[in-house]
Design a binder for this molecule. Structure first.
Ligand code: HBI
Length: 364
């Protein structure tokens, strides 16, 4: 066990049990794990990752674990019991944590699941839980609250807005997020189209963006994982006149080649987005962002300076904001990404978080 003020730490990352890293099944948390790994490795810390088998992370050492994936928490009802599949990959990953923990200073948990929280007191080293979504079920809220109380600072979140969805909000530690900005090319000029990026599913409300461009006439380029085909077909049937160009689920470089030349990025989540990685991807490219005024995007964007926050679920609000996009300085967007969401800035926030956990961890 290294002292808390050690210049470099040995960290054990334990991934989400939804699927292999690189499969896209883990959603935004896959990107968060990759960016945290890059940021902290560059900062001199040594990191071992435990993840489901077939996980791909270039250059990262992975302990691959077999087993059945967890049920996505966002599909559960509020009062859902804690459920685990037989031969659970989550349980199998944490079995590895027990075996490896002696050689490490801190475990970092990326799963939005009950078991890693429950196991915290049973481990001999501290755990930093990065909670990646807002409140979804009573059982998770209860367990998060329990650990937040018994292990100060151990519950990390992305934004205050996300924290406020939990009863234990004051005990949640916000760390924001971060990007490898070298992967995004700033573009001072734009072509005549808008972008919408995300999982195509009802909670992301693509239909609002399409309804808005139906009025403004600009083409809309859509990128992301097509999770719900029937939902997508219905939108296209409802707005046949819209020039909607679906480009698929592209890798970061292909995606940013399209995003960087757009006039603006529309972000229309129906739920309280914990953060909104696409928002900082847009800013990194110098693209003004229009988003509903709730959740993570409302905490990231600077009104009238790097984007426009509009009344939640208001298509009229989106239309007005689209007309005002030329008022936004694209350099200001890029500068905000550099100041707040670069990997060094993210690493600073993560080191502060880990330092607090290590300082307050009840010495055994
Ligand atoms: N559901 N059970 C479970 N576990 C997770 O780790 C999880 C999830 N649903 C969504 C999710 N992780 C991530 O896609 C988001 O947190 C980004």
């Amino acid at each position: 066990m290294r002292s808390a003020d050690q210049s470099s730490w040995k960290l054990l990352f334990v991934s989400t049990p939804l699927g292999s890293l690189g499969s896209g099944k883990g959603g935004g948390v896959e990107m968060t794990l990759l960016n945290m790994w890059t940021a902290l490795t560059q900062r001199g810390h040594s990191i071992q990752i435990i993840a489901p088998q077939y996980s791909q992370l270039p250059g990262a050492p992975i302990i691959a674990v077999e087993g059945a994936p967890s049920i996505p928490a966002q599909t559960q009802t509020r009062t859902a019991p804690i459920d685990m599949p037989g031969n659970s990959v989550l349980a199998n990953m944490w079995w590895q944590v027990l075996a490896y923990q002696q050689g490490y200073d801190l475990v970092v948990n990326f799963a939005y699941d009950w078991l890693p929280l429950y196991l915290t007191p049973f481990l001999s080293i501290p755990v930093a839980h990065l909670i990646s979504m807002g409140s979804l079920t009573d059982a998770m809220d209860q367990m998060i609250g329990q650990i937040a109380q018994d292990y100060p600072y151990s519950i990390g979140v992305h934004t205050q807005a996300q924290a406020r969805t939990f009863p234990c909000a004051p005990h949640c530690y916000p760390v924001g997020n971060g990007l490898d900005l070298s992967l995004y090319q700033f573009s001072p000029t734009s072509d005549s189209y808008l972008c919408w990026i995300g999982r195509i599913a009802p909670e992301k409300a693509l239909e609002d963006a399409v309804a808005a461009v139906a009025q403004t006439g600009l083409p809309l380029k859509v990128m992301g994982h097509l999770q719900d085909q029937a939902y997508f077909d219905q939108i296209q049937a409802e707005f046949p006149q819209v020039d909607l160009d679906y480009l698929g689920f592209l890798n970061t470089n292909e995606m940013q080649q399209v995003l960087r030349h757009s006039q603006g990025l529309l972000v229309t989540p129906r739920w309280i987005e914990a953060f909104g990685n696409v928002v900082i991807e847009g800013l990194a490219c110098g693209v003004p962002v229009i988003a509903y005024n709730r959740g993570g995007p409302a905490e990231i964007l600077r009104q009238g300076e790097t984007g426009w926050l509009v009344e939640p679920d208001s298509v009229e609000g989106l239309i007005e904001a689209i007309q005002k996009l030329p008022q936004i300085d694209r350099h200001a967007c890029h500068q905000q990404a550099e100041q707040q969401y670069s990997l060094p800035a993210f690493a600073d926030r993560l080191e502060e978080w880990f330092q607090k956990i290590l300082q307050f961890y009840p010495q055994g």
